[in-house]
Design a binder for this molecule. Structure first.
Ligand code: HEC
Length: 141
């Protein structure tokens, strides 16, 4: 291997590492935003906190934005402590779960829930998405 080939491949490897560290940061930040949405909405749908249409709308929009930001942040090799390697073994299934979550979140915002019952039916599909995807693809540390 020539000297310049070596330097070039080291530079490429470093670039790949930085790119994936950035992806991990972006996707965990997106999930944190989704978690904040859940922290707001779960007590409401359980009946522990009063329904407020504006708060619900904001939390659903946050969730939708988080879901959009989460998408596409799992390039090959962007491993992390929280990501199950099964993601890259079943990438098509993982991607379809992400897209389903995005479309459920979009639908929930569009429903504009105006009472507890409509919020429950808007948000419950999303909670099922969290559970199903985490079971298969997240390592809880
Ligand atoms: C399509 C898959 C998928 C869905 C749907 C999903 N998650 Fe996640 N979630 C993940 C993966 C994968 C990680 C680990 C990411 C990593 O650490 O690189 C994660 C990590 C997290 C984390 C930890 C973030 C951190 O700071 O490390 C929280 C909190 C979280 N998810 C909450 C939720 C909630 C709440 C929902 C539903 C409203 C949800 N997730 C829906 C796949 C998903």
């Amino acid at each position: 291997m020539g000297k310049y080939t070596l330097i070039a491949s080291c530079a490429l490897a470093a670039a790949a590492t930085f790119a994936s560290a950035d992806d991990v940061k972006k996707r965990t930040a997106a999930m944190d935003q989704i978690r904040m949405g859940a922290a707001t909405l779960v007590p409401v749908i359980k009946g522990d906190k009063e329904f407020d249409a504006q708060v619900a709308d904001l939390a659903l929009r946050m969730t939708y934005a988080g879901a959009l930001a989460f998408e596409g942040k799992f390039p090959e090799g962007s491993t992390s402590k929280g990501a199950n390697p099964a993601i890259w073994e079943n990438k098509a299934d993982f991607d379809s779960k992400v897209l389903e979550f995005i479309s459920n979140a979009e639908a929930a915002v569009a429903m504009q829930p105006n009472d507890l019952l409509s919020l429950q039916s808007a948000y419950q599909p999303l909670l099922k998405n969290c559970a199903a995807c985490h079971k298969a693809y997240r390592i809880k540390n």
